[in-house]
Design a protein around this ligand. Structure first.
Ligand code: HEC
Ligand code: HEC
Length: 382
């Protein structure tokens, strides 16, 4: 939602679905399924089927190639790091730490990244990614871009230059590694795409590598949560606390102003006082402003998806909160109003019990386990 839409929703009083007249709270949990939608809470529909990709049809050969590219230290600048150092398949593809060193083998010479590694579950559906939306084009490009970033490209890391990217140089490096240094990749690309990467341009090889990694991450999906069963009518699928939390989330607590839809995100950028200006007006991380240069975007970050949030501590763009309860306390308390540009005015103060209920609801959004046998690093590399 844009701020204008939020203001409109506020004026219209939308989101006030929970009935608060019932003193013992039992009748309020008996939300009927709406025959039109088949759901109790239409703001939070189930995750849709995987999208079709006519220009990159998913195949086993592409997925296996993508899995190798994701897991092969030899493709990094230092020869020591992989995507999975920070995006651990066993940890919802995030790292579990607040901030990560680009190269854990050389933490002394590489600065820590200034942002927390996000989970990649449900990334296949995301129309926007990264905390500030920088460089976003499409999933294949997002998957291959880190080969040009300090994350993976130690040899090109110039600390004084921040995170300036030299994508063309990284494309040449990646093609050299995939053809000359590790020629075992050539037949894998042939099998996946019917192309000889020794004869393609570096840009073309880069794109194919991204497409293979997109097919790999495509199956890392968080869906079919206990909440979805309750929302579709199964009374016993979640606890009463989680039901109360769901009603708060879509009602009084107004979380669905931003965390709505099947993926619990509007994929917009909002200021929720997580990077508050100092006396001079400068924020530790200017967020979306870094991409747009617009003053109103200072301190705004992308609304994260919450479907796997129970498994992705720590939270926020800087990994500064260890628990979901603390994030919600931030949203509903004075800290949430600390930034003059904050968009949280409509969130009411919440009691500890209400915060607990919201946490139980977010836990009930946790999906069925991902197929780790297809996503863990392969036993052999080319
Ligand atoms: C040193 C840790 C590290 C390594 C290694 C790393 N990443 Fe990341 N990744 C991050 C961080 C931190 C972010 C958040 C950047 C931001 O939003 O500003 C991120 C963001 C992403 C995103 C956007 C996800 C989202 O939900 O916004 C994708 C996709 C991604 N990385 C893929 C990869 C791939 C593929 C590799 C390997 C080629 C890789 N990363 C290597 C730390 C890492
Ligand atoms: C105005 C939009 C907005 C509203 C309303 C909102 N959020 Fe958020 N939420 C965000 C943004 C933006 C972030 C990321 C901020 C950052 O990383 O600095 C976030 C982060 C979170 C996170 C951390 C997730 C992660 O992976 O780091 C949780 C949990 C969360 N919100 C839950 C809630 C709950 C519960 C409510 C209702 C009480 C709520 N939010 C209301 C926009 C919103």
């Amino acid at each position: 939602m844009t701020p204008t839409q939020i203001a409109t929703a506020l004026l219209l009083g939308l989101g006030l679905t929970a009935c608060v007249d019932d003193p013992d709270g039992t009748a309020t949990l008996d939300v009927p399924v709406d025959p039109a939608t088949g759901l109790r809470l239409a703001d939070l529909p189930p995750v849709p089927p995987l999208p079709e990709w006519p220009d990159n049809p998913p195949t086993e050969a592409k997925k296996e190639l993508g899995r190798a590219l994701f897991s092969d230290v030899r493709l990094s600048g230092s020869g020591q790091t992989v995507c999975g150092n920070c995006h651990l398949p066993t940890s919802a593809f995030q790292s579990g730490g607040p901030l990560d060193a680009p190269d854990r083998s050389f933490p002394a010479i590489t600065p820590t990244l200034h942002r927390h590694t996000p989970s990649m579950l449900n990334l296949v559906y995301a129309p926007m990614a990264r905390w500030d939306g920088s460089h976003f084009t499409d999933l294949p490009d997002m998957m291959v871009l880190p080969f040009a970033e300090p994350n993976m490209n130690l040899s090109m890391l110039d600390v004084s230059a921040g995170e300036a990217l030299d994508v063309p140089a990284a494309q040449v490096n990646l093609q050299r590694r995939l053809t000359v240094e590790i020629p075992g990749y050539v037949p894998l690309f042939e099998a996946a795409f019917g192309e000889d990467i020794t004869t393609l341009s570096p840009e073309q090889v880069w794109r194919l590598a991204g497409q293979a990694m997109a097919v790999y991450i495509r199956i890392a999906v968080s869906r079919d949560a206990a909440f979805d069963a309750w929302n579709a009518g199964d009374d016993d699928a979640i606890s009463d606390a989680a039901k109360r939390g769901a009603l708060l989330f879509t009602g009084k607590a107004r979380c669905t102003l931003c965390h709505s839809g099947p993926l619990t995100s509007d994929f917009e950028f909002h200021n929720v006082s997580t990077s508050v200006p100092d006396a001079s007006g400068a924020r530790p991380d200017e967020g979306r402003f870094l991409v747009t240069g617009r003053d109103e975007d200072r301190g705004k970050f992308l609304t994260p998806m919450l479907r796997s949030a129970a498994r992705t501590s720590p939270y926020l763009h800087d990994g500064s909160e260890a628990s979901i309860a603390r994030v919600i306390a931030h949203f509903s308390g004075p800290d949430g109003r600390a930034d003059p540009l904050n968009e949280l005015a409509m969130i009411p103060a919440l009691t500890d019990d209400e915060i607990d209920d919201l946490v139980q609801f977010i836990k009930s959004l946790d999906g069925a386990p991902i197929p780790l046998e297809d996503l863990a690093p392969p036993t052999t590399l080319p």
